[in-house]
Write a protein of this length. Structure first.
Length: 335
């Protein structure tokens, strides 16, 4: 495995150089750190058959992959992210997951995501080409952004195996066994997801896949003020009736989903210290709203406070929000 250390980079341009390194070795994104150019981080990267393996240690960091980073012609990959040590908050496909030691989350390179890594953390990423993963997990889009709890099924075993494999690769695992080990690892990952999300897998694969494709298109175009059920139906070549039907599985209309996701992204940016210099209206309009009164009214209906009050005290309000979101996610999985 190759090793890259931030300490080897020029001090004055360390942050920018590390962002370029992350974008080149993992996924194009904006990576910023709380320590600026004084931060300390390390990436170890290698391959296990068709799986790209990345082990990263870092301090408090923010990783944002936006639509401008996504090249649609690029090969699509899925990344299993293991929060090996520390904690983080991962937002993707309309889900926001708080990750602790041993938790996994699945990420789609074709969709935007944000990842806040807290404290001194260690993260392992297993990067799998879409065609390879779908041989083991046929509809991976259905699981993107959902936390795979370390206490569920085989997850703790899978976490321990992943860390052990990283150590074996660093020690020099024979290439003769890479493909075989990768195949068994993907089978265990698929089994872990099957146990933890049995109800999602039991849904119609066609409806589930269509629903995920619609959500992907929405996530990629969430900032577009013209985004609507009719534009989505036209772009994806679906009838309006069929669009309503496939979205009904999530107990939420297309319009309601778009509004909720825009409000969630506005709330996330308002609580982010990096956006303190931007006005509330600027943030709202950047996420597709074209009416300040409509945004304020919708925000108050969802979060029970005004945008201004939310911004002045986001931490307490986020705790309640995350708890409610987690409860809703568990209820959806149980159905």
């Amino acid at each position: 495995m190759e090793t890259f250390r931030s300490s080897s980079l020029p001090a004055r341009t360390r942050a920018a150089s590390w962002n370029a390194l992350y974008s080149a070795r993992i996924n194009a994104a904006d990576l910023t750190t709380a320590e600026g150019d004084t931060f300390d981080a390390e990436i170890r990267a290698g391959d296990l058959g068709p799986i790209g393996v990345v082990r990263m240690t870092c301090g408090r960091s923010f990783i944002d992959r936006t639509p401008r980073h996504i090249v649609h012609a690029a090969d699509r990959t899925y990344t299993f992210i293991l929060q090996a040590r520390g904690s983080g908050v991962f937002a993707h496909y309309g889900h926001q997951s708080t990750l602790r030691d041993g938790d996994f989350v699945l990420c789609d390179s074709a969709a935007p995501h944000s990842y806040r890594v807290d404290d001194r953390s260690e993260v392992v990423m297993l990067r799998v080409p879409a065609m390879v993963l779908k041989e083991h997990l046929p509809s991976p889009e259905c699981f993107c952004g959902r936390r795979l709890d370390v206490s569920k099924g085989l997850t703790s075993t899978m976490a321990a195996l992943t860390l052990s494999l990283c150590e074996q690769l660093e020690a020099g695992l024979s290439f003769d066994f890479h493909t075989r080990v990768a195949r068994h690892l993907l089978e265990m990952i698929a089994t872990s997801y099957a146990i933890a999300f049995e109800s999602l897998i039991s849904r119609s694969s066609i409806i589930g896949g269509r629903h995920a494709n619609v959500k992907l298109y929405i996530e990629q175009n969430l900032r577009d003020p013209e985004l609507s059920p009719s534009t989505i139906a036209n772009r994806l070549k679906l009838s309006s009736r069929y669009l309503r039907m496939i979205f009904a599985a999530g107990n939420e209309t297309v319009s309601a989903y778009i509004l909720r996701r825009r409000l969630e992204e506005c709330a996330r940016q308002m609580s982010d210290t990096r956006w303190r210099g931007h006005s509330i209206s600027e943030i709202a309009f950047g996420w597709g709203f074209n009416s300040a009164p409509h945004f304020t009214r919708s925000f108050r209906e969802r979060f029970k406070v005004s945008p201004r009050d939310y911004r002045s005290n986001p931490h307490r309000l986020q705790v309640d929000q995350f708890a409610n979101a987690r409860g809703a996610e568990l209820a959806a999985v149980a159905r």
